[in-house]
Design a binder for this molecule. Sequence first.
Ligand code: NI
Length: 255
Amino acid sequence: MGLVDTHCHLQSKRFHDDQEAAITASLERLDWLVVIGDDVPSSEAGLKLVREQVYAVVGVHPYYAKDMDDAMLARVRTLAGEPGVIGLGEMGLDYFNEYSPREDQARAFHMQLELACDLDLPIVIHNREADADCYAILSDYADRLKGCIMHCFGSPAEYAEKFVDLGFYISFAGNVTFAKAQQLRDAVAVVPLDRLLVETDAPYLAPVPVRGKRCEPWYVEHTAACIAALKGVDVDSFADQTTANAHRVYGLTQL
Ligand code: NI
């Protein structure tokens, strides 16, 4: 099996001029990829990219939580029923960029968690500097959730263990390759191979050795090589394992 980019934003305006070329180039090297929404317009734009090997996740990022209301939730529910949608997100808490007040972030998070339980869809979590609150909220839902991905993991290893104990998957992005990211590499060490995922969060966080460039989904190869080395496994078996994990958490039939 090849690799999967479990999280990218190909609908971003940074792909405006060459979106189709970027998709084609990445699908030549990857098994499949997942385009993630941040709000209703970007979720709709992501849906337009769905095709063989391209799936979508729809939802409202904590940045936009203050705008969440019943009408917006109803819109997300409708989008979630479209073909090719395999999850809800990204949702969660961001206390580093508090673009929405914390109360609104918690409210929008709860609304989407209830929706995920109702629709029996896995979720993609954005958690930045909100470990304790994020853990408290998610642990209340863990038994009811179909699956959960801690996207672009950036918390201490202690929290990687706690989220794994809830049955969740831990997804690492290109920042794990950065020289100063020892905390992330410490987190990699405690995550079992059957709970690891790799992603790009493209167009952001291009990994070493392409750091600073616009990130492309296939750059997930660099992140995978870094983590495989940390885990002491060869790149091919790491790809097999993480791709099987991606199939499992997103509820796709093994090919
Ligand atoms: Ni993202």
